[in-house]
Design a protein around this ligand. Structure first.
Ligand code: FPP
Length: 229
């Protein structure tokens, strides 16, 4: 695939795992399981293509508050598995993981795995996989405003950006949402100001590398003007 422009940072809203499972008369947790496998493939593919950052919406603050306990436990188990087993392969390939969101209410062992996952990542890497966990865009902005206010710095966009979870990441160039809904659902609200948006009805476990490439092809055709002419 030869593209005229490649996004540096892609955000991914991985929606449709539950419906994918329901269609197969399977528990929702198995849908999330299949979703994790799809995500692992997409991370590998993104890195190979030369995309530098992939940020995946794994659990919103609203998901954590409103999903049944057993479904949340299923997602925690996937995090346990990813951050104790799969993450090592990512490191080996010279990539790092990062976590954004408020992980303080998560089970202690999961929290520790996530912290260790970041700590053990290579210091420099050409690919960063960021997990948004118990993340909400509005909460992130409020948190940043409070931190900025507390240190008495002058309030401006640049200063506020420094207090976002994503301070060290470039803004996303492309945000993809699978599963047919056409909204951002509180994902990277501040950072998405000039992101190109791509929506597809494909349910996340079926969102293959070929489907991802379609989004990249569409991105390459977009005319990004950033407010100019
Ligand atoms: C939304 O689909 C998806 C989630 C709330 C969880 C996404 C998590 C994964 C894909 C696993 C990620 C990897 C790790 C390592 C944890 P939904 O359940 O809302 O689907 P529905 O809209 O069809 O009900």
């Amino acid at each position: 695939m030869v593209l005229s422009s490649l996004p540096r940072h892609v955000g991914l809203i991985m929606d449709g795992n539950g419906r994918w499972a329901k269609k197969r008369l399977m528990p929702r947790t198995l849908g999330h399981n299949a979703g994790m496998n799809a995500m692992i493939e997409l991370a590998r593919h993104s890195k190979e293509l030369g995309i530098n950052y992939l940020t995946v919406y794994t659990l919103s603050t609203e998901n954590l508050a409103n999903r049944p306990k057993d479904e949340l436990e299923g997602i925690f188990n996937l995090l346990r598995k990813y951050f104790s087993v799969y993450v090592k392969k990512l490191y080996k390939n010279g990539a790092r993981v990062k976590v954004i969101g408020d992980i303080s209410p998560l089970p202690a062992d999961v929290k520790k795995l996530l912290e260790d996952g970041e700590k053990n990542s290579p210091a420099t890497a050409d690919f960063t996989l960021t997990f948004a966990i118990n993340y909400g865009g509005r909460a992130e902005i409020v948190r940043a405003v409070k931190a900025l206010g507390a240190c008495g710095e002058q309030i401006c966009e640049e200063a506020l950006s420094k207090y976002m979870y994503t301070a060290e990441l470039p803004d996303p160039d492309l945000i993809i949402r699978t599963g047919g809904e056409v909204r951002l659902s509180n994902f990277l609200l501040w950072q998405a100001a000039y992101a190109e948006l791509y929506f597809t009805p494909v349910l996340f476990p079926d969102f293959s590398c070929d489907e991802f490439d379609k989004a990249l092809e569409e991105f390459a055709k977009r005319n990004r003007r950033f407010g100019g002419v």
